[in-house]
Design a protein around this ligand. Sequence first.
Ligand code: GRF
Length: 191
Amino acid sequence: MSVKKHIAIFASGTGTNARKIIDHFKNHSDIKIALIVSNKPDAGVLKIAKEFQIPNLIIEKEKFFRGDAYLSELKSAQINFIVLAGFLWKIPSALIAAYPNKIINIHPALLPKYGGKGMYGHFVHEAVIQSKEKESGITIHYVDDKYDHGSIIFQTTCPVLINDTGDDLANRIHVLEHEHFAKIIEECLQK
Ligand code: GRF
């Protein structure tokens, strides 16, 4: 009998990616979404956790960055892989060291362009439009100790249309994220 791999999803916002991932793995034989972690007590993703009866953990800055980075809670939930799906805090080095090549992030642009501190949500899409890029896309990558920097696992593109607003582009990017993220997570875990 195979031992289930336990994923924690870290998210700060609405959690549309988290929902897709949860849905993808809900009847999976050896991968389980075991914990939803958020730094925002009112994040939409916590409602999704409740809906699917997945345990949640609300984290505080002090303990995350200057304490043990919640390692004991993650160990108790037997977490062996971490997915960042719209999580806005930097990952402390203690957590990276405890999960080497086992933390992945999705970024709504084609890294290495349009990444780094402050490049999230609409800021990314507005910068892409402002620079008159003809295409944008998504990047799924391993997490290291710099924002949006670790090695790239997967990228795919979509066009940026001439009259696009940030919202138009965000919607197009979300479609790509929802189509690919769970499948790439599954591939990473089956390596
Ligand atoms: C996504 O666009 C992802 O690329 C970024 O944060 C957003 C999260 O969106 N890192 P949602 O909360 O999953 O809808």
